[in-house]
Design a protein around this ligand. Structure first.
Ligand code: HEM
Length: 195
């Protein structure tokens, strides 16, 4: 067990092996439930979404509020090592969530209705629009400004604080949007499905 848990890669593989076992137990031949590829895709979409929003909340609930109390000589550990790695999973989590979400809406045949907020798909449509705005903020505002703030691209020294502030404000905007977005996303299948 130690061999599995000491390696992140092995841990993730073990997680997927376990979910295959759970699916095998639940599906035909065991408990008589059919395997549904569309449902499995929704599960993958939620996994990607958790990676994205989990890191968004890590930045906003942990990293940003803690930065001012970290001594200056220790700040590079965050800026040079932790933040770039977290931002990689953050932006690709956002990309994977968007693509899997658009694919799901299209596979379920309601992508146009949802994006035009047609009756019956308004809950999921509203959630999709909020999440699409958040995705845009990640790729076209937060990431370009973080690259300047973290010194990943060349920029004037005085451009760095302005870029860091802009990235922070858009990250906060996404935290704000994540709260109603998740409500709409989940109510699309449940409480608000008829709206
Ligand atoms: C980035 C743009 C996004 C798009 C286009 C999108 C699209 C969708 C669609 C179309 C569904 C319904 C799937 C179905 O009918 O089978 C769905 C479900 C769901 N989405 Fe998203 N989504 C996005 C972002 C997110 C994010 C960031 C999260 C955060 C975790 C998320 C969490 C969920 C959850 C939990 C469900 C399942 C709801 C349920 O089964 O009750 N989505 N999404």
């Amino acid at each position: 067990m130690g061999k599995i848990l000491e390696s992140l890669q092995n841990t993730v593989i073990a997680g997927f092996v376990l979910v295959v076992v759970v699916i095998a137990i639940m599906t035909k031949g065991f408990a008589g439930v059919d395997f549904d590829p569309a449902f499995f895709a929704r599960y993958i979409h939620v996994l990607a979404g958790v990676m994205w929003i989990g890191l968004l909340w890590y930045f906003n609930f942990v990293q940003i509020p803690t930065m001012p109390s970290i001594p200056d000589e220790q700040k590079p550990a965050i800026g040079k090592h932790i933040a770039p790695k977290a931002l990689w999973w953050f932006r690709w989590g956002a990309m994977f969530t968007l693509l899997s979400g658009l694919w799901l809406a299209s596979a379920n045949g309601y992508i146009v209705d949802a994006l035009t907020l047609a009756e019956g798909t308004r809950s999921i449509g509203l959630g999709m629009w909020m999440a699409i705005i958040m995705w845009f903020n990640v790729w076209f505002v937060i990431w370009p400004n973080q690259k300047i703030a973290l010194g990943i691209v060349e920029a004037d020294a005085d451009a760095k604080p302005a870029a860091a502030r802009k990235a922070m404000l858009f990250s906060r905007t996404n935290t704000l949007l994540s709260i109603p977005m998740l409500y709409c996303m989940v109510s699309g299948q449940n409480g608000g499905a008829g709206w």
